[in-house]
Design a protein around this ligand. Structure first.
Ligand SMILES: [Cu+2]
Length: 110
């Protein structure tokens, strides 16, 4: 979580931040990208602002979902991309309905 405290220049200098699977990823051009590969959301934790787009790219050969218990669900077919526009209440944990061990987290910042 320390990544948030770094300024943009420091983030660029430590470019590995976005590449290492489980660290915070920020939106670029209004979209934050999550790759699904070998049964994992990468990065597992993302930070968005309300109105920004979350885009999941499924590189696996089977379908996955981004599912929030008692909330919304996005189906991501194999080899496809699916999106959701983040809302103010989207600070949530989510998982894949087909593979409950796949877990992710969304944080909505002001
Ligand atoms: Cu899955």
């Amino acid at each position: 979580m320390t990544a948030r405290l770094l300024n943009r220049r420091q983030l660029l200098a430590t470019g590995a931040v976005v590449l290492v699977g489980n660290t915070l990823a920020r939106a670029r051009n209004g979209t934050v990208h999550v790759t699904i590969e070998t049964l994992a959301f990468l990065p597992a934790e993302i930070e968005v602002k309300a109105g920004e787009t979350i885009e999941w790219t499924n590189k696996d050969r089977f379908a996955h979902t981004a599912t929030v218990e008692g909330g919304w669900e996005v189906l991501i077919p194999p080899g496809k991309v699916a999106t959701r526009i983040a809302t103010a209440t989207d600070t949530v944990e989510y998982y894949c309905r087909f593979h409950p061990n796949m877990k992710g987290r969304i944080k909505v910042s002001a």
